[in-house]
Design a protein around this ligand. Structure first.
Ligand SMILES: NC(=O)c1ccc[n+]([C@@H]2O[C@H](COP(=O)([O-])OP(=O)(O)OC[C@H]3O[C@@H](n4cnc5c(N)ncnc54)[C@H](OP(=O)(O)O)[C@@H]3O)[C@@H](O)[C@H]2O)c1
Length: 261
């Protein structure tokens, strides 16, 4: 990113998984950032850290369960202790909610999902606020195109993500006067392992080629192409960077035009 990327910045990614989380960490490093990597699976953090290091940036893996207050505090201390600054916090982690009609859904499971999908995002933002205030940094919450539809069985997921959006917007109002921006990115389809596997499954059920499932899906999207993790991660990099210095309280839909907002 020649214009203005994340050179010399420090990005914390909470929820580094094999899909978007990894892409956000690696694309941030490509844009010049050092990264702090948080999730529960240490082996994956190490693997992503190696990718970051190969790009000539520093990576600090911090095994963390973001639902745990003490672990979250350790994450903040490690980030600030290592780099002396934090410029962006990206909340990517999520707990897969029950995919069931709301009339049947187990309320305990819905409640549990909120711990990771909403409250942990608030916890981390609070803990990183002093550091972000110093750097005039920003927060990016990863949301979902589920915001834009109300399909059956997606109710619990939509409740969680709608709440996360409300959280991001209200935090933008609270933290704006302290120089901290808070934005959201809402992906739709993400063309990564889990969706590829699912399309193969659907194709198998129908006795067609997986490419046919892809083409049928892509036909519903303006750009006729399912967004890849790097393409979504670049929108996160943009919002975390100074290029978005006047952008806060917004949700950027990165869905190839599947929904207009
Ligand atoms: N995949 C899609 O098609 C899609 C579509 C629209 C929006 N999104 C959104 O995009 C984001 C990323 O989705 P993804 O599927 O690509 O996931 P991902 O980045 O591959 O992985 C997310 C990671 O979050 C971590 N996590 C979950 N609970 C945690 C906890 N309590 N503490 C710390 N880390 C935790 C998990 O790692 P550990 O188990 O190691 O902790 C998981 O691997 C999510 O917010 C999702 O809602 C996804």
């Amino acid at each position: 990113m020649p214009l203005e990327g994340l050179d010399g910045k420090v990005v914390v990614v909470s929820g580094v998984g094999p899909g978007l989380g990894q892409a956000i960490a690696v694309r941030s490093a490509r844009a010049g950032a050092d990264v702090v990597l948080a999730a529960r699976t240490e082996a994956r953090l190490d693997e992503v850290a190696e990718q970051v290091t190969r790009l000539g940036r520093k990576a600090v893996p911090v095994p963390t369960d973001i639902r745990d207050d003490e672990a979250a505090r350790r994450l903040v201390d490690t980030a600030l202790g290592t780099f002396g600054r934090v410029d962006a916090l990206v909340h990517n982690a999520f707990a897969v909610p029950p995919i069931t009609d709301l009339l049947d859904v187990d309320l305990d499971q819905v409640r549990k999902g909120f711990e990771t999908n909403v409250l942990a995002a608030l916890r981390l933002t609070r803990l990183f606020t002093p550091g972000l205030e110093q750097s005039r940094g920003s927060v990016v919450m990863i949301n979902s195109a589920v915001l834009r539809h109300s399909r059956r069985t997606f109710g619990a997921y939509k409740m969680a993500k709608a709440s996360l959006l409300a959280l991001a917007q209200s935090l933008a109002t609270e933290l704006g006067p302290r120089g901290i921006r808070v934005n959201s990115v809402a992906p739709g389809y993400i063309w990564a392992d889990s969706l590829q596997w699912y399309f193969e499954y659907l194709a198998g059920q129908r006795g067609v080629d997986p490419q046919q499932v892809y083409d049928e899906t892509a036909a519903t999207i303006d750009l006729r192409k399912l967004p890849e993790p790097d393409e979504i991660a670049d929108a996160v990099v943009f919002l975390a960077s100074g290029l978005a210095r006047a952008v806060t309280g917004q949700c950027l839909d990165v869905n190839g035009g599947e929904y207009h907002h």
